[in-house]
Design a protein. Structure first.
Length: 135
């Protein structure tokens, strides 16, 4: 692990520890909604934990941006050889993000995005079928 990444990770772990302490001392509570834990509390320790978790994300994104800026500065001086048409390999990608029961598909071209959307809808139908069978 790169030493730079230890900063946001340790802030995140400190936030989780604060929330765990708040739950352990009874200053906060945990509820389970479906399969997702919901934490709620009104103590200073709980608030500190939430703030530390948010700060860890902000610091992590800042560290990521700094790393990308350093890499681009290092690559700025290097000459890149551009492959001739048809000789290079092209990477294609696609994916599905599930926001609740709604699939959001993306891809490097229309064909892959359509395939990802079909897979997302199939996943929703399978999940709904399982829920109906188990209910």
């Amino acid at each position: 692990m790169i030493p730079r990444t230890l900063v946001p990770v340790s802030i995140f772990v400190a936030g989780i520890a604060c929330i765990a302490m708040a739950v352990a001392t009874g200053e906060a509570e945990v509820n389970l909604v479906l399969i997702f834990p919901i934490f709620s509390g009104s103590s200073g320790l709980f608030l500190l934990g939430v703030v530390l978790i948010i700060v860890s994300f902000l610091v992590g994104f800042a560290m990521l941006a700094m790393t990308q800026a350093e890499v681009s500065r290092q690559n700025a001086g290097a000459l890149r050889e551009i492959p001739e048409h048809g000789t290079g390999t092209r990477t294609e990608y696609g994916g599905v993000i599930m926001v609740g029961p709604v699939p959001i598909a993306f891809g490097s071209n229309k064909k892959i995005a359509t395939i990802m959307l079909v897979l997302g809808v199939a996943a929703v139908l399978v999940l709904v079928g399982l829920i109906l069978l188990l209910a």
